[in-house]
Design a protein around this ligand. Sequence first.
Ligand code: FES
Ligand SMILES: [Fe+2]
Length: 343
Amino acid sequence: MNPTRESDDGWWPVATVEQLKPAQTLARTLFGVPLVLFRTAQGAPAALPDRCPHRSAPLSQGRVRDGEVECPYHGWRFDSMGRCTRVPGVQPACVSGPLLPAANVREQGGLIWVSRAGPLPAVEPTGPQTGPNPLDVFFITDTARCSLAEAAENFLDAFHTHFVHAGWIRNDHERQKIRAKVEALPDGIQACYTEEGQQSGWIARLFEKERGWSYGRFRMPGLAEIEYRDKQGRINLLISAWLTPSQDGHIHIHARIASRRDWLPRFLKEIILRRVFRVILNQDKRILELTTVNVERFKAAGVSAPPAKLLHSPLDLLGPHIRSLLAGEPLPELPDAEIEVHL
Ligand code: FES
Ligand SMILES: [Fe+2]
């Protein structure tokens, strides 16, 4: 099966497992479609369009009663299959056929996944990379104002780190000569970086003892991953960011931060890493928003600033391929050779 293109085909994470609490509704938007999520009496996740079929009130503003969602306007209740189970005041009570098309929902790997109503997707949810050593895991979620392609490229582009994250990840005046190789995956593309010593930013100085090799990876339909391994092939740090198009040019980010289990207590590491990644994420969100707004400024002025297309440098290792994949275009023949870059 070919990987899906940037469309609402396939499974998309819309929340972490913790965010979907029992007896509470959760509003999410997937590819512009508002959804209400809730848990059934058995705890299974459910997702319906967030619009009551009676007078269109948002069900997410209602309550969850006995594992069903109750509309805040006249109290109609809907089960996980979109059937109306109660119309208050109407006797005798009966259960309707499905009035709302229930989306497919799955709870897997710490995330709640949704696919549009209808047959189940042929491809399973895209899970994170696995490694030989145990990892400590937590999630960070956020939204960013940009497209899926822009978010994935930004996340996997090592060459902005010297500027957007100067001092934190790398420094422009402390570049290293390293080797990079870009390879196609069955459902995406990855760059493998070798011969990189310790990164010049203070995060690596504090948290990483040695670097064996690393990857930047994109997998359809929307997973961007950065993976650092030591010289024995153990994962030091694995950041898996699922990028879910929500609404109006926004991306919902579910980032799984997995770090090598070591002497540092898990809770302490999580407190530190959460703060660090929040800063990094905010720096990325700022530059992405600035570029989005800048494109809109030119659009609003009705002028097209030259050049008509984006220019790529030889260091844009993954971005152009990610754009091709998301556009459903075939990848070009990739050279079976490493290139030397100053990172
Ligand atoms: S609008 Fe939902 S019950 Fe009337
Ligand atoms: Fe970044």
